[in-house]
Design a protein around this ligand. Structure first.
Ligand SMILES: *[C@@H]1O[C@H](CO)[C@@H](O)[C@H](O)[C@H]1NC(C)=O
Ligand SMILES: *[C@@H]1O[C@H](CO)[C@@H](O)[C@H](O)[C@H]1NC(C)=O
Ligand SMILES: *[C@@H]1O[C@H](CO)[C@@H](O)[C@H](O)[C@H]1NC(C)=O
Ligand SMILES: *[C@@H]1O[C@H](CO)[C@@H](O)[C@H](O)[C@H]1NC(C)=O
Ligand SMILES: *[C@@H]1O[C@H](CO)[C@@H](O)[C@H](O)[C@H]1NC(C)=O
Ligand SMILES: *[C@@H]1O[C@H](CO)[C@@H](O)[C@H](O)[C@H]1NC(C)=O
Ligand SMILES: *[C@@H]1O[C@H](CO)[C@@H](O)[C@H](O)[C@H]1NC(C)=O
Ligand SMILES: *[C@@H]1O[C@H](CO)[C@@H](O)[C@H](O)[C@H]1NC(C)=O
Ligand SMILES: *[C@@H]1O[C@H](CO)[C@@H](O)[C@H](O)[C@H]1NC(C)=O
Ligand SMILES: *[C@@H]1O[C@H](CO)[C@@H](O)[C@H](O)[C@H]1NC(C)=O
Ligand SMILES: *[C@@H]1O[C@H](CO)[C@@H](O)[C@H](O)[C@H]1NC(C)=O
Ligand SMILES: *[C@@H]1O[C@H](CO)[C@@H](O)[C@H](O)[C@H]1NC(C)=O
Length: 784
């Protein structure tokens, strides 16, 4: 009996198999794949031409896997072949396919609807292509699919409301880095098996649907970098398996539901840059026992940092910058032995002792790479135990913290330091000569302190230093000639000190320098002809020194120069004709010198020049009236008795040589009557705008307020660290620090910015809020 029925059953199976073969067999598969081959327009490895040939079995083709029994194609994986082309609808005929992986190619066009109804497919991966088209009316009807990955394409439209109606087994949905807009459909909750939801880097708006709380299998939610509004639904706290909640860079508001801090499975919480408030629970260690990354930066969280946080022993990144946390930084913070990233910048945190004992405690954290304390009223002294911090430390920011006393030499033990920012404190004493040991240093920010002594020669050992800011201290002596050893230098700020003597001739060999500011010192001597060697220079400030001699004509070779301030010196002789070649110039101040001769008409071509100040010199002759000169007012030229020109410039009229000119100037007078009030209004508006910026930026700008244009330039064009990171697309993998990537990225961005952003920053500023955006955690694990 048993034998008979078994035979019967086998027969039945054969019949079914035969029936399937009749409609779809390996021939259909081959046709589908040949259709794909036909749609490939560029194939750098010649995979298709040489391997996918119709006289061989499809099952031997590269990227194809067949089932040994059914002899049908079950997997098509041609990822990372860099192929260009489109996806043909025939691919949907691969009716035994379980894996379709076309990721990391350059496929374009839209995804044919036939793909979305492949009922055997379990894994679909089109990550990193150029696929476009709207998803709005797509019907996802894939009864076996577990995993859909469409990350980093150009898909647009809205998420279909019924996206989950026919995806009963879906575990992972990756639609991040596309151009989707509209709301997150509440019917997403029909994907009951969903474990991973990645919609970050789109333009999604509206509120997070509360139904998300029904997806009880969810482990990872990433909705960061969208335009989501409203409050975080408290239903999220129902997700008892949730490990990562990433909602940063949205417009979420309201109190963070307290229950969220009670999800014992959470490892990653990233809420950066929303408008959330609330405080941390006093027993955060019990509420979030497994927390690894906590990023609440740039919100409105308040209250104290509970000392219980130091029991959250898995914490590797704690980022609370830009909130209003207050109270003491726990002295036991060093118990967090796994901590790699600690940023508490821009809060109202203090230390329980003036020796900053919490800092000494951090010496226990052997993996620390980043410490950010900038912008907290710490009001103490740097302990010499700061040198016991982990040698792995790469970034140390203690700027604007009301720190007094000397800079401990022991900081030089931190041999992996890349950026040290101690700006805006009350530091006294000299720059430790031992800093010369910080061989990996790329940024040293000591500006706006009360440091004395000289520019130590030892600093010249810092071969990787890209930005050196000693601005606004009490440093004296000469600028050492070994400064030319700093061959990586891009910006050098020595202004507002007491430096004397001549600019060393070696300085002009720093060919890659972008900015230098030596203003408000006691420098003497002429400007070297070699200034023309600094070919990539964007900004020079040498104002308020005692420089003499002429302005070298070689300056005209600085094609990228946007900012030049040589005011308040003793420069003489005419403005070189070559100034007409400074085609990028936006700001020029030569006032209060002894410059003579006439204003070169070649300067009429300086199309980008917005501000010109030639006042209080010994210029003579006719003020050019063509080109950009039409926009300048009397202020630009006052205090030059021998200049002549149009009446609105409050100078004497020029002696008319040809009657024709008289005719022309009358026309100008007419014009001016109309133009003048307008341009005055404009000037006032601009000045007001600058003023308000200045006020916003408080202290830092008032430091340079006697040179307000310089400071306003800087405040307007300042360029945040975050922008830097974003622009380099470097936040995700966070290799800004480590792997030596930082230096080159920084440099690259600056060069790039030169073209696109014009002016970047003229006042150095180390970043104060560093944003640990997305953790480098393996979310891409294939699900089975
Ligand atoms: C596939 O099916 C077609 C009919 O649909 C048939 O003509 C062909 O011989 C079959 N090929 C194989 C390899 O079974
Ligand atoms: C195609 O590539 C596969 C794998 O490298 C190889 O086994 C097969 O022989 C190739 N076929 C042809 C026709 O070159
Ligand atoms: C298959 O055809 C290609 C041309 O399309 C030819 O170059 C190749 O030698 C053939 N291979 C076999 C195994 O017949
Ligand atoms: C697709 O292939 C890439 C390798 O190029 C791999 O990283 C990825 O995990 C594959 N996708 C799936 C869903 O297996
Ligand atoms: C394959 O798919 C295309 C378009 O989806 C369809 O028109 C065609 O009939 C199918 N071919 C076979 C052999 O099933
Ligand atoms: C989904 O696919 C099944 C099987 O092909 C089909 O019967 C059903 O009509 C499809 N549903 C939708 C909404 O397209
Ligand atoms: C988001 O929308 C804005 C304007 O609505 C658009 O400029 C921007 O490019 C969009 N971004 C993405 C990633 O689609
Ligand atoms: C889904 O969530 C809503 C709101 O949270 C709730 O009212 C509803 O009962 C849930 N549905 C299911 C099927 O769990
Ligand atoms: C957190 O969980 C504990 C234990 O489950 C419970 O007693 C407490 O009320 C919860 N707190 C909040 C704010 O939900
Ligand atoms: C925070 O978000 C606002 C818009 O909501 C944006 O303007 C701002 O640049 C963001 N800040 C950072 C540091 O990304
Ligand atoms: C600067 O570099 C030169 C040549 O490499 C070297 O001789 C000199 O000692 C260096 N000076 C300092 C202070 O590092
Ligand atoms: C004068 O200024 C106006 C407004 O800033 C600007 O649009 C125009 O291009 C300027 N003219 C010249 C010749 O630069």
């Amino acid at each position: 009996m048993i034998t008979v029925s078994l035979t019967h059953f086998l027969l039945l199976c054969l019949v079914v198999a035969a029936a399937a073969a009749a409609s779809n067999n390996i021939t259909t598969d081959q046709q589908a794949l040949l259709a794909l081959k036909d749609h490939i327009t560029y194939d750098p490895t010649n995979l298709f031409a040489h391997n996918w040939t119709s006289n061989t079995s499809v099952c031997t083709w590269i990227g194809i896997t067949c089932d040994v029994n059914s002899h049908r194609v079950t997997a098509l994986d041609i990822s990372q072949f860099n192929i260009q082309g489109t996806i043909p609808p025939q691919l949907g005929n691969l009716s035994s396919l379980t894996t379709l992986n076309l990721s990391r190619n350059k496929l374009s066009g839209s995804i044919p609807p036939s793909i979305y109804s492949m009922h055997t497919l379990k894994f679909l991966d089109f990550t990193d292509n150029l696929l476009s088209g709207s998803l709005s009316s797509s019907v996802f009807n894939m009864s076996s699919i577990l995993d859909i990955r469409l990350t980093n394409n150009r898909l647009s439209g809205e998420l279909p409301k019924n996206i989950c109606n026919y995806l009963p087994y879906l575990k992972a949905l990756f639609l991040d880095k596309n151009m989707l807009h509209g709301k997150i459909p509440s019917a997403l909750s029909n994907c009951k098996q969903l474990q991973q939801l990645h919609l970050q880097f789109n333009n999604l708006s509206g509120a997070i649907p509360k139904e998300i709380g029904n997806l009880t299998m969810l482990k990872w939610i990433d909705l960061g970098y969208n335009k989501l509004h409203g409050e975080i639904p408290h239903e999220i706290a129902n997700l008892r398996n949730l490990e990562a909640l990433v909602l940063g860079m949205n417009n979420l508001v309201g109190v963070l539901p307290a229950t969220i801090f009670n999800m014992s499975t959470l490892k990653v919480v990233i809420l950066i840059n929303n408008s959330l408030f609330g405080s941390l629970p006093s027993r955060i260690d019990l509420s979030l026992p497994t927390i690894e990354h906590l990023n609440l930066a740039l919100n409105r969280f308040s209250g104290t940092i509970p000392s219980s946080i130091t029991n959250a022993s898995k914490l590797t990144a704690l980022e609370l910058g830009g909130n209003t946390f207050s109270g003491f930084i726990p002295n036991t913070i060093g118990n967090l032995r796994n901590l790699e990233w600690l940023n508490l910048a821009n809060n109202s945190l203090t230390s329980s002792t003036s020796k900053l004992s919490f800092l000494s405690s951090l010496a226990n954290c052997k993996k620390l790479r980043v410490i950010g304390l900038t912008g907290n009223p710490l009001d103490g002294f740097l302990p010499s135990s700061i040198g016991n911090l982990s040698v792995s430390l790469e970034i140390l920011f203690i700027a604007n913290c009301s720190i007094s006393g000397n800079i401990p030499q022991s900081i030089s033990n931190l041999s992996n330091l890349m950026i040290l920012a101690l700006e805006g404190n009350k530091l006294t004493g000299p720059i430790p000569i031992t800093f010369g040991r910080l061989q990996k240093l790329q940024g040293l920010h000591l500006q706006i302190n009360k440091l004395v002594g000289s520019f130590p020669d030892e600093l010249c050992h810092l071969g990787r230093l890209a930005e050196l800011a000693l601005l606004d201290n009490r440093l004296s002596g000469s600028i050492p000639s070994c400064v030319s050893n700093l061959t990586s230098l891009r910006s050098l700020y020595l202004g507002s000190n007491k430096f004397t003597s001549v600019i060393p001739s070696t300085f002009w060999s720093l060919k890659d320098i972008l900015f230098f500011d030596f203003s408000s010192n006691f420098l003497v001597g002429p400007l070297s002809l070699d200034i023309g060697n600094l070919k990539v220079l964007l900004g020079i400030s040498l104002s308020k020194n005692n420089l003499s001699g002429d302005i070298p004509a070689t300056i005209g070779g600085l094609k990228d120069l946007q900012f030049m301030d040589l005011a308040y010196n003793r420069l003489e002789d005419p403005i070189p004709e070559s100034f007409g070649d400074l085609t990028s110039l936006e700001f020029l101040n030569l006032s209060n010198n002894k410059i003579s001769g006439s204003i070169p008409t070649s300067m009429e071509k300086l199309f980008y020049l917005r501000e010109l100040n030639l006042s209080f010199n010994k210029l003579e002759g006719e003020i050019p009236s063509g080109g950009i000169f039409a926009n300048f007012t009397a202020e630009s030229f006052m205090g030059n008795e021998l200049l002549c020109g149009l009446p609105n410039l409050h100078v004497q009229p020029c002696k008319v040589s040809k009657p024709r000119t008289e005719h022309k100037s009358r026309k100008n007078i007419l014009l001016i009557v109309i133009v003048l009030p307008l341009s005055i209004a404009l000037t006032i508006a601009i000045t007001l705008a600058l003023k308000s910026k200045l006020i916003e930026c408080g202290k830092r700008s008032t430091v340079l307020s006697n040179d307000s244009v310089l400071s306003s330039q800087a405040t307007l064009r300042r360029f945040s660290y975050l922008e830097l990171l974003q622009a380099t697309d470097n936040f995700a993998e966070n290799n800004i620090i480590g792997r030596g990537g930082f230096g080159s990225v920084y440099g690259a961005r600056l060069e790039d910015g030169m073209k696109t952003q014009k002016f970047l920053s003229f006042i150095p500023r180390a970043p104060s809020v560093l944003c640990f955006l997305f953790p480098h955690t393996n979310s891409k694990k294939k699900l089975e």
